[in-house]
Design a protein around this ligand. Structure first.
Ligand code: IMP
Ligand code: MG
Length: 181
C-alpha cells in the first residue's frame, strides 16, 4: 500500500496558501454582510472542508445548512444534469443565502441550483467558491466571491475528490496519471 501523497504529481496550493485565501474571503464577506444574519449553504460533499474553515473566520450571527447534489455520471467531468439527494432543512424565504462551493467548473451544478433556490424567494443568493476553473465554463455563472482562479487540470485535496478519494489531503494538488483507475 502506497501513501496517499505518493499519488500527487504536484502541489498546486499549499495549506498556508489556502488558509490565507480563506481568510481574505471571510473578511470580504464579514464586511459585505455586516449587521445581517446570512445563511451559508454548503454543497456536499466537496465543500465540507472549505465550509468548516470559512465559517470559523466569519464574525456574523450566521447559520449553516447543506445540500447534497450529485451530477449524473462519474469520472472527471460532469454531464450537466443535477440530482438533489438532500435538500435544505431550513426555509430560505427572505434570507441572504451564500452558496459555498469547492470548485466552479462547467457551472452547470450552480446554474441549476440557483434557479432551483430562487423559487423559494430568498432576499439574495450569492456564490462563494474556493476555486474557479473558468476555462471549462458551459453555463453562465459569475461567482461573487472567488478564492483562487485555477488552471484547467483535475485537482484533488481539501475536500475535492477523485472517485471519493483524496478529500482528506490538507493541500490541493494534481494527481499522477497512474492514480486514475
Ligand atoms: P460543475 O457543475 O461542472 O461546475 O461541477 C462542479 C463540481 O464538479 C464540483 O463541486 C466538484 O465536485 C466537481 N469538480 C469539478 N472540477 C473538479 C476537479 O478538478 N477536481 C475534483 N472535483 C471537481
Ligand atoms: Mg462537488
Amino acid at each position: 500500500m502506497s501513501d496517499i501523497s505518493d499519488d500527487i504529481k504536484q502541489v498546486l496550493y499549499s495549506e498556508e496558501y489556502i488558509k490565507n485565501t480563506v481568510e481574505s474571503l471571510a473578511s470580504r464577506i464579514n464586511a459585505d454582510y455586516k449587521g445581517t444574519e446570512p445563511l451559508f449553504v454548503g454543497i456536499l460533499k466537496g465543500s465540507f472542508v472549505f465550509m468548516a474553515d470559512l465559517i470559523r473566520r466569519i464574525d456574523l450571527k450566521c447559520s449553516v445548512d447543506f445540500m447534497v447534489v450529485s451530477s449524473y455520471g462519474s469520472g472527471t467531468s460532469t454531464t450537466g444534469s443535477v440530482m438533489i439527494l438532500k435538500d435544505l432543512s431550513e426555509n430560505i424565504e427572505g434570507k441572504n443565502v451564500i452558496i459555498v462551493e469547492d470548485i466552479l467548473d462547467s457551472g452547470l451544478t450552480l446554474s441549476y441550483l440557483i434557479n432551483y433556490l430562487q423559487v423559494r424567494k430568498p432576499n439574495s443568493i450569492k456564490i462563494c467558491t474556493l476555486l474557479d476553473k473558468p476555462a471549462r465554463r458551459r453555463a453562465k455563472v459569475l461567482p461573487d466571491y472567488t478564492g483562487i482562479v485555477c488552471p484547467d487540470e483535475f485537482i484533488v485535496g481539501y475536500g475535492l475528490d477523485y472517485a471519493e478519494k483524496y478529500r482528506n489531503l490538507p493541500y490541493i494538488g494534481v494527481l499522477k496519471p497512474g492514480a486514475y483507475a
